[in-house]
Ligand binder design. Structure first.
Ligand SMILES: [Zn+2]
Length: 183
């Protein structure tokens, strides 16, 4: 029976687990988008973290740290947090996040599954997980002083009430700029 040389088999296995990890994260964040008050746009955090992590990171650890830092910069940028009772608002938010997560996956795939892209994206999205960890303590997904990430506990500004078009234009601008810088 035909078998791959050892190196090729190892490469295949590592691509498979990376794909599985990326898919799990994607599903996790798509699931989280059921309550969109959770985050500005985790898809934007993923794209910008991935691009900056690839551009500035010498290895996956640096890329992860760069992703984490980029989260604060994006949270401080004026953006539009959707109003939960507004179906259209929520629909736009979910669609925007699906599009930006797909973009992140494409950037990763078309650059030989470079691990700096993956870890930059993970670092970019990770801080928003604490919205779940502190769900009870904060009475929901709201920003509150019990959280530890500086743009979630009031230490840094979090202007999430920009008009819809302005907010998404700024997020698209951030994605476009960082992708152009990095690739
Ligand atoms: Zn955040």
């Amino acid at each position: 029976m035909f078998s791959f040389p050892y190196d090729q088999q190892r490469r295949r296995r590592s691509i498979q687990w990376k794909r599985a990890l990326a898919l799990s994260l994607l599903l996790l964040f798509v699931g989280l988008s059921c309550d969109p008050s959770l985050a500005a746009s985790f898809g934007t955090h993923a794209v910008v973290g991935a691009a900056l992590g690839y551009w500035l990171g010498q290895n996956p650890v640096y890329s992860f740290a760069i992703g984490l830092l980029s989260h604060a910069l994006l949270d401080m940028m004026p953006h539009h947090d959707p109003v939960l009772t507004d179906r259209l608002d929520v629909g736009v938010f979910v669609a925007f996040n699906l599009g930006t997560l797909f973009t992140t996956a494409e950037l990763w795939r078309s650059n030989d599954n470079d691990s700096r892209i993956l870890w930059g994206a993970i670092g970019g999205m990770l801080p928003d997980l604490e919205h779940i960890l502190f769900f009870k303590a904060c009475g929901g997904f709201a920003l509150c002083e019990k959280k530890s990430y500086p743009s979630h506990n009031g230490l840094l500004p979090h202007p999430g009430n920009a008009p819809l078009l302005v907010g998404y234009a700024l997020e698209i601008g951030a994605c476009y700029l960082t992708i152009n810088l990095a690739f």
